[in-house]
Design a protein around this ligand. Structure first.
Ligand code: 5GP
Ligand code: ZN
Length: 134
């Protein structure tokens, strides 16, 4: 993809602080970290997001993400780790090349999760019947 920022990082046309690299994947520091050590893990082969990625590759990607998350947690002595994937603009995706955020978290670092709202009576059953897959 000619105009993809992360493809340019893979091609080293744009510099990055690499943490890990093999023939299929690359992990590097996010330029605007939530906490120091926040990284992005990407497949080198372009896909728009995780929903459009080959199953076999996304399986391998998750194994690598688990390994890197454990590594970061240990090395930075983090209290927790967020692993997040934003898919499509309305879900917060800004860069349209598949990437997984690994974010080290520390007690009292001040970052908050979104607030959930309980289902009104009967709604959970309606959504369940729409979504049930088997
Ligand atoms: P998204 O919202 O698409 O899930 O996240 C994209 C991430 O890419 C953001 O956290 C942003 O800080 C990061 N980012 C954007 N441009 C660059 C860049 O040129 N280099 C690096 N290392 N990260 C970038
Ligand atoms: Zn790309």
């Amino acid at each position: 993809m000619d105009d993809c920022l992360f493809c340019k990082i893979v091609a080293e046309e744009i510099p990055s602080h690499k943490i890990y690299e093999d023939e299929k994947f690359l992990a590097f520091l996010d330029i605007n970290p939530i906490n120091k050590g926040h990284i992005l893990v990407i497949p080198k082969k372009h896909s728009r997001n995780i929903l459009e990625m080959k199953d076999s590759l996304s399986g391998e990607l998750m194994i690598l993400v688990k390994k890197l998350a454990t590594h970061i947690k240990n090395k930075l002595n983090a209290d927790g780790i967020n692993i997040t994937i934003n898919n499509e603009a309305d879900a917060g995706q800004i860069i349209f090349h598949t990437h997984i955020h690994i974010i080290p978290r520390f007690k009292n670092d001040g970052f908050k999760h979104w607030n959930g709202i309980a289902y009104p009576k009967g709604e959970a059953e309606k959504i369940q019947s729409i979504l049930k897959l088997n």
